[in-house]
Write a protein that binds this ligand. Structure first.
Ligand code: HT7
Ligand code: ZN
Length: 858
């Protein structure tokens, strides 16, 4: 497959001001007639031909200006037409089989309904079109089909006409906002809606619908409330008003990603729409709110201003992730949300940045764009824009985003357009900052903190590591929020923002008779790793006293990470190990006893660093050793703090169910305490967990208890797994949890369990949620995936090979798990690489999987 390069961008030679589509819908056969008005693009070189992208489709008729024509050729999948003048009307007919579309891109069938997914390049699987984001067109769409099968017919924009003809009915939709083809959507099926309305800041009433299958209607309240909150928030926080009279959301159960921001017709994975306390956890509720917000916010950051080309993906995704993060911060606990977001970044993006798939947030080349919907483009992209906000301050940043929206409304823009708008609107000089868009790799900031006379002296240096294709890096501006704490009083005289923009620099702070304690990268002001020698007692101090919740969390984490990394590398003697544990237990006790903390935050402070994060800190990780040490530390904490943890559990258990932050915090603590208890006294923990399971009146408690039970070989485990399955049989999203919990388990036979689950009657390769629920959960479970025998790696490689012809996008998303071979101890490293080579040698791979595997072998 060819490599597509950012530097090769040229504008399309033709404009397509209007597009008319006519769909005769059928599950097995849908006829599509498209009519495009095309005119020469004055901003591009004149061309006698027009290339229309296609993917696996054939034209059944081609006309120019109403006359059948033979003046076209097929070039691979594309249709290339020769045109004589500057303006024409092109009409093309195709026929497609949605029921055979297992890739879930283009028009496909899902549980008897028809729906589309066009981003990034799915539209070309429906009809021939310049399927690129810089070709904006106004769409008018007629759709017709059997009334009984498809009583609801939805498309972008507004419904302008309907009619019936015997068993068939039709609807015509018009979207007044010019859009690229990736934002086109159509849905036809037997659906019901929760309907509500929202009145915009300028008094316009918007009809809101959340469309689902009939039995799911009761579980849509949270989605609808989240949508209304998103609309209101975007007006207040960014001054953005909705621009159509109608906003539809449709939930589908077969979907490659979380959701899609099609203009006026968002299509969602059911996972991010349906929620009630019996079937959805607190995390699921947050997920629904966050994704509804994210897709809604795209209406401005993505739809009104779209991307010039797919290299600019972070223009819409990074910015929209930042917007959804800020929204969720405002809706719930700001510090806890920040901690969660950093955890996602470190868990998913940092490994990407330090591995063979590392790329900058604005990549330079790709073979398959679907492979670049990554944590780097999304989450690091959001961090990069967050840094601009930190440096500008909230008010000035808002002026920058206002400038961006004013300047580029209606355009297909670039990341450079965004940076320039922020620069001009916020009054920042971002010349050097632009390096964050072009350089990959997580910068390492080394800290040398000393004391001279009455000055605190902070020497910082940065290193941006080499990444594939980028050996030499330049220093980048790194904004670091810091505070200097007086050891005696436990206070500081104000947070400061310093910017490290050289390879190394020294910052001096006067007025310190004694060396203060340094709190650095507060609020995670920059997406970097901080490397510093810090005494354990200073970390204990910060874990107890830091007034920045993120920095406090970080100190707790550093305390545990330092201990666990050293222990896993075999560097700790008995005495050091005991001293390390003592400090951690002491800090944990202080957290338990700190009455000023809310329980959501307490839960964060009490959480252990993940096994993946620990492995990331080592050049040759031994997952087996890390697992043992982590479990041993958990056991030690649970043993030493038995009474405190019991008392905490009892207090939390008293709170009745509600969606308040207090009740959510209590639920978080209960399961966390079970996790600790399981490492110390498994049988007792099994009894406690079984009790929590049986008495649960909500999914958070029930799932938490079952999660702990799946790791303990016991009668309670067996009973709870049977009960859970029988209780929720038929509810796909909950049965996904049942698969996941077993695949994530700490049970010694997890590998065998996963193999058996793959043969379960409810398992199918056709549904991405189900595939992910079993195999993504397993690939993220170091305990099973990194089995010393290499069987875990083989299992994932087998999956990739089987899934690739069915759903290439989903298959390719498993490859990064096998790309970590360079960071493992030699035995596992060789076994993992062997599996990548086995995949690479397969006779026919999709472009998606081929690209990921070849980069991973690199
Ligand atoms: N913008 C949407 C991306 C998306 C997608 C991409 C490739 C294949 C399938 C997909 N479904 C949705 C989602 C978002 O970021 O909002
Ligand atoms: Zn998005």
């Amino acid at each position: 497959p060819p490599v597509i390069r950012r530097e090769d961008y040229t504008p399309f030679p033709w404009l397509v001001p209007e597009t008319r589509l006519d769909f005769e819908l059928g599950l097995e056969s849908t006829r599509v007639r498209s009519t495009l008005t095309v005119v020469h693009n004055n901003k591009a070189a004149r061309s006698p031909t027009i290339r229309l992208d296609g993917d696996g489709i054939k034209p059944t008729s081609v006309k120019v200006d109403g006359e059948p024509t033979q003046s076209f050729v097929m070039d691979g999948d594309d249709l290339v037409l020769t045109l004589s003048d500057d303006a024409h009307e092109i009409s093309i007919e195709t026929e497609i089989d949605p029921s055979a579309n297992s890739q879930l891109m283009g028009l496909y069938a899902s549980s008897g309904m028809l729906c589309t997914q066009c981003e990034a390049e799915g539209f070309r699987r429906i009809t021939f079109f310049p399927d690129r984001p810089d070709v904006l067109s106004t769409y008018t769409v007629r759709m017709s089909g059997p009334k009984d099968q498809f009583p609801i017919l939805l498309c972008n924009g507004n419904k302008v006409a309907t009619g019936e003809d015997g068993e068939t009915h039709w609807a015509e939709w018009h979207d007044p906002w010019p859009k690229p083809s990736y934002l086109f959507a159509l849905v036809a099926g037997d659906l019901v809606a929760r309907t509500d309305s929202f009145t915009t800041m300028n008094g316009r009433k918007v009809e809101l619908n959340v469309w689902v299958r009939e039995g799911d209607l009761e579980r849509t309240e949270h989605a609808m409330e989240s949508l209304k909150r998103s609309m209101e928030w975007d007006e207040e926080a960014f001054g953005r008003e909705y621009d159509l009279d109608l906003f539809n959301i449709v939930a589908v159960s077969d979907f490659n990603m979380g959701a899609m921001e099609n203009k006026g017709l968002n299509v969602f994975n059911t996972k991010y729409v349906l929620a009630d306390p019996e079937t959805a956890t607190d995390g699921d509720y947050d997920g629904v709110e966050g994704v509804i917000g994210h897709e809604y916010f795209h209406n401005w950051s993505g739809n009104r201003i779209t991307c010039r080309d797919w290299f600019q993906l972070s223009l819409k995704e990074g910015f929209t992730v930042l917007r959804d993060q800020l929204f969720s911060q405002d809706m719930g606990s700001e510090p806890v949300k920040r901690i969660e977001d950093v955890r996602v970044l470190r868990g998913a993006q940092f490994p990407e940045d330090s591995g063979p798939l590392a790329h900058s947030i604005r990549p330079d080349s790709y073979r398959e764009i679907s492979n670049f919907y990554t944590a780097t483009v999304y989450n690091k992209g959001a961090e990069v824009i967050r840094m601009m906000r930190t440096m500008a301050g909230e008010e000035a940043f808002r002026k920058g985003t206002d400038t961006y929206f004013d300047r580029h409304d209606g355009e297909a823009a670039t990341c450079e357009d965004f940076v320039k708008s922020i620069e001009d609107g916020a009054g920042l000089d971002l010349t050097q900052f632009r390096l964050w868009y072009s350089q990959a790799g997580t910068p390492k900031v080394s800290v040398d903190f000393g004391h001279e006379g009455d000055e605190a002296v902070l020497k910082l240096s940065q290193l941006v590591p080499a990444t594939p294709g980028q050996d030499e890096k330049k220093p980048m501006p790194i904004p670091l929020k810091i505070a200097l704490f007086d050891r005696e009083t436990g206070t500081h005289s104000g947070e400061q923002l310093i910017v490290l923009d050289k390879a190394s620099d020294t910052f001096r702070f006067g007025g310190f008779a004694q060396k203060p304690v340094l709190s650095i990268n507060r609020g995670f002001s920059a997406p970097v790793t901080i490397q510093r020698e810090i005494a354990r007692d200073e970390l204990v101090f910060l874990a107890a006293k830091d007034d920045d919740p993120f920095a406090r969390y970080e100190a707790m984490q550093d305390l545990m990470v330092g201990h666990l990394v050293a222990a896993s590398k075999g560097e700790l003697g008995d005495e050091d190990r005991a001293a390390g544990r003592k400090d951690i237990v002491g800090a944990m006790r202080a957290v338990i006893e700190d009455e000023a903390l809310d329980d959501l935050m307490r839960g964060e402070l009490m959480s252990m660093p993940s096994q993946t994060y620990l492995a990331e800190q080592m050049s040759e990780a031994d997952p087996g050793r890390i697992h043992e040490e982590r479990e041993a530390l958990k056991a030690a904490i649970a043993g030493e703090l038995q009474d405190e943890l019991h008392a905490l559990y009892d207090r939390a258990a008293e709170l009745p169910f509600s969606h308040s932050a207090e009740a959510k915090g209590a639920r978080k603590l209960k399961t966390l305490i079970l996790v600790y208890a399981a490492a110390h006294d498994p049988q007792k923990a099994a009894e406690l967990a079984a009790h929590q399971y049986e008495n649960a009146d909500n999914m958070t408690d029930r799932q938490g208890a079952l999660m702990v039970l799946t790791g303990i070989d016991s009668a309670e485990r067996t009973n709870a797994l049977i009960d859970f399955y029988n209780r929720y049989r038929g509810n796909a999203l909950v049965i996904d949890k049942w698969f996941s919990l077993q695949a994530m388990s700490l049970h010694p036979k997890v590998l065998e369990h996963v193999k058996a689950l793959a043969d379960h009657e409810d398992f199918t390769m056709k549904n991405p949620n189900r595939v992910r629920s079993l195999y993504m959960a397993f690939a993220a479970n170091p305990h099973g995936f990194h089995a010393a025998s290499g069987e875990g790696y083989k299992l994932i490689a087998d999956l990739i090979l089987e899934l690739d012809p069915i759903n290439a996008q989903t298959a390719a998303r498993f490859v990064p798990a096998l790309g970590r071979w360079r960071k493992l101890e030699p035995g596992r490293s060789a076994l993992m690489r062997e599996q990548l080579e086995r995949i690479a040698a397969a006779p026919k791979l999709s472009r998606d999987t081929f690209e990921q595997v070849s980069r991973s072998l690199g």
